[in-house]
Design a protein around this ligand. Structure first.
Ligand SMILES: Cc1cc2nc3c(=O)[nH]c(=O)nc-3n(C[C@H](O)[C@H](O)[C@H](O)COP(=O)(O)O)c2cc1C
Length: 196
C-alpha cells in the first residue's frame, strides 16, 4: 500500500531551516515507498480567508487562487506535514493563511453535515508539524494548537511535532547533531499505514 505524503513548506524563506527538515522528512518517506509531494506555500497565491461565509453554502472556497490546488490534495493525502518556523510565537502568515482557508472543510463538516470521504487507501489521515525557532527556550504551543485545530477539521489525527529551538540563521539546522536524522526517521515512519 503506497501512502501519499503531502509536505507543505510554510516559511517565506526558501531553503531555510524548516524546508531543509521537510526535505529530509519527504526523503525518508520516499525511501520507504511513499508517494511524496512538496508544495511551497510562499510560492503559491493563497489569499487570506475573507470570512464571506460562502463555504457555508457550498463547502468550497469561492476564492479562485492556488488554494484550489490544495483542496483535493488535502483529501487524498494520508500524511500531511506542515513545516513552518515560529514567527512572533505563532505560525508565519503564509502558513496561517493556508490554514484559515481550510474553513471550507469546517463548513462542509459542521454546517453542511457533509463528512469528508476517507482516503483512497482507507488509512486514517495523520498530520505533523515540523518547526524551528530562534529562541533557546521558546514555546511551540501556539503553532501546535493551530495545527491541531486544522487537522481536526480534516478528520486527521495529530501525529506529533519535530521542533527545534535555538535555530535561527538560515541553514543553522545543518549544525544540529540529530535534527536531519530525526526528520528522515519521521519520514520513514510515515510510509507505514499503522504508524505516524
Ligand atoms: C518575522 C519573524 C518573527 C520571528 N519570531 C520569532 C519568535 O517569536 N520566537 C523565536 O524564537 N524565533 C522567531 N523568529 C526566528 C525564526 O523562528 C527562526 O529563524 C527559524 O529558524 C526560521 O526558520 P526558516 O529558516 O525555516 O524560515 C522569527 C523570525 C522572523 C523572520
Amino acid at each position: 500500500m503506497r501512502l501519499r505524503v503531502l509536505g507543505l513548506a510554510g516559511s517565506p524563506r526558501r531553503r531555510g531551516n524548516t524546508e531543509l527538515l521537510l526535505d529530509q522528512v519527504l526523503a525518508g518517506a520516499a525511501n520507504r515507498g511513499a508517494q511524496t509531494e512538496k508544495l511551497i506555500l510562499a510560492d503559491m497565491r493563497i489569499g487570506p480567508c475573507r470570512e464571506c461565509d460562502s463555504c457555508s453554502e457550498t463547502g468550497r472556497c469561492v476564492q479562485q487562487d492556488d488554494y484550489q490546488l490544495l483542496y483535493p490534495r488535502l483529501i487524498k493525502a494520508e500524511r500531511i506535514v506542515l513545516a513552518a518556523p515560529i514567527f512572533f510565537t505563532g505560525l508565519p502568515a503564509q502558513a496561517k493563511a493556508f490554514i484559515d482557508r481550510c474553513q471550507c472543510f469546517w463548513a462542509r463538516k459542521h454546517v453542511l453535515k457533509d463528512p469528508l470521504p476517507s482516503t483512497d487507501t482507507g488509512v486514517q489521515r495523520q498530520g505533523f508539524l515540523v518547526s524551528t525557532a530562534g529562541g533557546a527556550d521558546v514555546s511551540f504551543q501556539c503553532a501546535i494548537r493551530a495545527v491541531k485545530a486544522f487537522l481536526e477539521t480534516l478528520d486527521a489525527q495529530y501525529g506529533g511535532e519535530l521542533s527545534f529551538p535555538g535555530v535561527d540563521e538560515k541553514g543553522a539546522i545543518l549544525n544540529h547533531p540529530t535534527a536531519l536524522e530525526d526528520a528522515f526517521a519521521l519520514g520513514k515512519s510515515l510510509a507505514r499505514p499503522g504508524e505516524g
